[in-house]
Design a protein around this ligand. Structure first.
Ligand code: 7RM
Length: 656
């Protein structure tokens, strides 16, 4: 976060209490009710979660043990049998919701489609049978590399239905990034589309899959399923590639949901860390289902008449938890949008809200800052009066953006839920409950009931009010990640051994800096590690550096970020070149393009700076702190005495 933003957040004192009109009909109606839930959860967490699991979900068989906690490995509802696809679909079919819209889809070139719960159930059952026909069995992993179309959700639910774990890879990732993830997760099948629409152009998804699988580098993959979306011609490899719509015709519509152990793996989703390759975050069935269900219900205050729209992509955790599983488990109407604003349709988001009468809208601060830039005449020209609740996620929101969102989009009447959480936490952890908690612009406010969040120093001791520290969680919760796929030790090291245990109790280290104010409100300041947040997308410095050094011209690369008005952060790469190469604009462009090819457009560096040498300590460590100062044009702050060669710094500074 930029200095000026930190300044403005430190001075933020405005308070927005929920209106009586909102609280009256809310799921959680008052601060007292919130407090009671917290007290109950704190005094007996297992009882709290067990009661909710019993009330809110269907179980084929009840559990024997609520929580088996062998730090840092947790098992929830052990012995219980359930199925998240059953909870999202089948159980609604015996109610009036059978013919309620489950999924509304608005496609990019004006296509649209609405699936009722009965229709979605049918499609999921059919597709689950397609997967079975291709030999997918319980315990297998299935890669999903898709545009934002209903088939993405159908594919996820079909995997869950038969007990195969899905691993969705964001459609904006490159063939190389896809390949790495498919190899790591040992996928048996890949589900994709002939192409996807992105800002008026076609993203050749199937072609990327072909590249990822070329030369049999992912030997586990036996079949590729292709949705016909754009109708552009693609190569279909005999015996490996199949059209979704063709196989769909060959299967029965009968596919009972497989009773899954609560702790059976539901999905693996890759996310960036500060070191090494992206980690496969593992989530399991029962705990994840309960946690996404109850957070969606209470935080988005679901009512049966809501049209709920989360603008994330299903390739990210927000899409998993708050487009697909959380809303559908609650029997809500969830909207999926394939488009994105661009010059030719700058008001498209507002059109969608007006067209469908969206009531709950959940987006990212980076999107809000882009809306501000495009001008308030766009939202003002649409009827947004259906909206009753707004949310944000992905990065800290600056108070100015919060206030604009509240006033222009929310018409001054909608509460805003600023939700802090991570891929690893499965669901939202710190957030207002909109009928209960007064909000402060820029603060995610208070922990969800049952979440024991704290701010500590490097020794693991709680810090005082308004003192900065590390954000931690003290007690396991049902939605927490279970491990890093195939690497228990990395899981332990990354999240549980970063800080010493408190009174022998392990604490979960989130990687974010935060402070808690005198009212117990949390203010999340951003990452304290080498994880970048560009437009709300999480990227590791090391991933971008590895991509850069894989180019023949690059000897060394050091990647940092600088504050950006819209994107939050922008990537700045400091590069030293191999002997025969010299700096040029052409090479700079080529290197940016190289990163796009290796990772995807979300990782494109904004600035490339060539240098003769990188500032290093005597032990050879790159001093990123100095590079960050340089990148953002700030004075060099702090100690520079460990620098090996001051001349390097002076030279870099000279270039401005
Ligand atoms: C949901 C998601 C996680 C990181 C996290 C934070 C940052 C997310 C907020 C936020 C401040 C928020 N998962 N973050 N939400 N920072 N306020 N409301 O984004 O795994 O992709 O990223 O995002 O740094 O650690 S994620």
């Amino acid at each position: 976060m930029s200095e000026s933003n930190i300044e403005s957040i430190l001075q933020e004192k405005r308070l927005f209490p929920p209106t009586a009109a909102f609280s009256q009909n809310a799921q959680i109606k008052s601060l007292e009710e919130y407090q009671q839930l917290c007290d109950r959860a704190n005094s007996d967490p297992q009882k709290f979660w067990a009661e909710l699991a019993e009330q809110e979900l269907h179980w084929f068989q009840k559990w024997d043990t609520v929580l088996d906690w062998q730090p840092p490995f947790a098992k929830w509802f052990v012995g219980g049998k359930t199925n998240i696809s059953y909870n999202c679909l089948d159980r609604h079919l015996t109610t009036w919701r059978k013919n309620k819209a489950a999924l509304i889809w608005e496609g990019e070139p004006g296509d649209s489609r609405t699936l009722t719960y009965a229709q979605l159930h049918l499609e999921v059952c059919q597709f689950a049978n397609v997967l079975k026909q291709l030999g997918v069995v319980k315990g297998d992993r299935v890669g999903i590399y898709m545009p934002m179309i209903p088939e993405a959700a159908i594919a996820m639910l079909a995997c869950a239905r038969i007990g195969a774990a899905h691993s969705v890879v964001f459609g904006g990732f490159s063939a190389e990034a896809l390949r790495d993830r498919l190899i790591d997760v040992e996928a048996k099948v890949v589900i994709t589309a002939d192409g996807g629409w992105r800002k008026g152009a076609i993203v050749p998804l199937k072609e990327q899959v072909d590249k990822a699988l070329a030369n049999n580098v992912v030997p586990t993959v036996t079949s590729v399923l292709v949705v016909q979306r754009t109708k552009q011609s693609v190569e279909m490899q005999p015996e490996r590639d199949f059209w979704w719509h063709e196989l769909q015709k060959t299967v029965s519509a009968d596919c009972p949901a497989e009773p899954m152990d609560s702790e059976d793996m539901l999905f693996v989703l890759y996310t960036s860390g500060s070191t090494g390759k992206p980690k496969g975050v593992v989530h399991t069935t029962g705990g994840y289902n309960l946690y996404t269900h109850i957070t969606t219900k209470w935080i988005f205050d679901l009512q049966d008449t809501d049209v709920y729209w989360c603008t994330a992509d299903v390739g990210w955790i927000t899409g998993h938890s708050y487009i697909v599983y959380g809303p559908l488990s609650n029997g809500a109407t969830t909207l999926m949008y394939e488009g994105a604003p661009r010059a030719s349709n700058p008001g498209c988001m507002w059109d969608v809200i007006e067209k469908y009468g969206v009531t709950v809208f959940y987006t990212a601060p980076t999107a809000i800052r882009a809306f501000i830039k495009m001008g308030e005449q766009l939202p003002n020209a649409r009827n947004l009066s259906s909206l009753r609740l707004l949310g944000t996620v992905g990065e800290p929101i600056n108070p100015e953006a919060w206030i604009w969102y509240q006033r222009v989009v929310g018409g001054g009447r909608c509460p805003i839920v600023d939700t802090w959480w991570q891929t690893e936490t499965g669901g939202i952890m710190i957030t207002p409950l909109p009928g209960a908690i007064a909000t402060k612009p820029g603060s995610a406010t208070r922990p969800f009931p049952g979440i024991m969040a704290d701010v500590v120093d490097l020794e693991g001791n709680p810090v005082g009010d308004n003192e900065g520290g590390y954000l931690v969680i003290r007690h396991p919760w049902p939605g927490m990640m279970r491990t890093v796929y195939g690497d228990d030790e990395r899981f332990r090291r990354t999240y549980w051994e970063h800080l010493p245990p408190t009174n022998g109790q392990y604490v979960y280290f989130a990687g974010d800096g935060a402070r808690r104010d005198e009212d117990g409100y949390f203010w999340v300041m951003g990452r304290v590690d080498d994880v970048l947040n560009v437009s709300g997308h999480r990227l590791g410095t090391m991933e971008v550096e590895s991509a850069l050094v894989s180019h023949p011209a690059v000897a060394e690369a050091a990647v940092v970020s600088k504050p950006d008005e819209i994107k939050g952060e922008e990537i700045v790469a400091f590069i030293t070149l191999e002997g025969t190469y010299s700096p040029s604009d052409k090479l700079s462009k080529e290197l940016k393009q190289h990163v796009v090819k290796e990772i995807g457009a979300i990782a494109r560096p904004g600035v490339i700076r060539f240098t003769d040498a990188l500032p290093k300590t005597r032990s050879g460590k790159i001093m990123r702190r100095l590079l960050r100062n340089l990148a953002s044009g700030q004075e060099i702050t702090g100690d520079t005495s460990t620098l090996e060669d001051r001349g390097v710094l002076d030279k870099l500074r000279g270039e401005g």
